[in-house]
Design a protein around this ligand. Structure first.
Ligand SMILES: O=C1O[C@H](COP(=O)(O)O)[C@@H](O)[C@H](O)[C@H]1O
Length: 255
């Protein structure tokens, strides 16, 4: 395991992104093992962006041989309304960087239906999640009945957005739907679907994986001693389960 400088507030700061990636692989593999043994399935939610690159150590020894990939069920925290082979697709990114390198059953990878509109894809994804909750592939929160994923891996934009929930956008207040859509994302591409905050916060575990000095202000405003009063989406990540921050030195440079 790589050395981290702090565990305060479940926050680990790594010397380098390489060290972060090594530790992240161990963390994901440990939870995979725990859930595969206790309930015979491991539900993992991926984000897009830089997160996928930081998962690269999982597809190397020892984890590639140790993890029981047959138990994995993979979902997305958000997705862009583009074809699955488009460079902007979060699925495409994850497939090329990670999923194509592991022996996961094809039917356990839950990509969005890219033939649908943003509204249609959000409804379709919610229906898919409801089916998987009903057959107990996904656990359900006893607190509020929202789906409870075993582990959600969230990235964060420099503006403090998580999934496709952006600062000042009404979607951050959505409290009924499981999956919703946005057509005016401030970050391109404009049309996306996203899990909502009640679903994000029902998770058993969330890892916020943040790399680079460009994100230091948003990290400081969330974890620093002089926290901003301006509410960023990342401030709203507050799971019923456990939250762990994985930061490199750049991201933590203003703490
Ligand atoms: O647009 C998105 O941005 C965030 C952050 O991406 P990053 O490249 O700055 O890490 C990502 O978590 C989200 O899934 C994605 O759709």
């Amino acid at each position: 395991m790589a050395e981290a400088s702090s565990t305060e507030k479940n926050k680990q700061v790594f010397e380098s992104e390489e060290d972060l990636a090594v530790d992240l692989a161990g963390y994901v593999a440990h939870l995979s093992d725990q859930f595969a043994k206790t309930r015979g399935a491991f539900t993992l939610v991926l984000s897009g962006g830089s997160l996928v690159k930081s998962l690269r150590k999982l597809v190397e020894p020892p984890y590639i041989d140790l993890v029981d990939w047959s138990k994995w069920h993979v979902f997305w925290a958000d997705e862009r309304i583009v074809p699955k082979d488009h460079p902007d697709s979060n699925y495409f990114l994850a497939y090329n960087g990670f999923l194509s390198k592991i022996p996961i059953p094809v039917g356990n990878v839950y990509a969005i239906n890219d033939a649908l509109s943003a509204e249609g894809a959000a409804d379709d994804y919610e229906t898919c999640l409801k089916h998987l909750v009903k057959n107990r592939t996904i656990e359900v929160s006893e607190v509020n009945g929202f789906p409870k994923f075993d582990l959600m891996l969230l990235g964060m934009g420099p503006d403090g957005h998580v999934a496709s929930l952006f600062h000042g956008h009404p979607l951050v207040k959505e409290n009924k739907k499981w999956v919703t859509f946005i057509k005016d994302s401030p970050k391109p591409p404009p049309e996306r679907i996203t899990l909502t905050f009640p679903v994000i916060n029902a998770s058993a575990h969330i890892a916020l994986v943040v790399v680079g000095a460009g994100k230091a202000d948003a990290v400081r405003s969330t974890l620093g001693s002089d926290q901003d009063t301006d509410l960023l989406p990342v401030h709203m990540v507050s799971p019923d389960g456990k939250l762990n921050w994985f930061l490199d030195k750049g991201a933590a440079s203003k703490l």
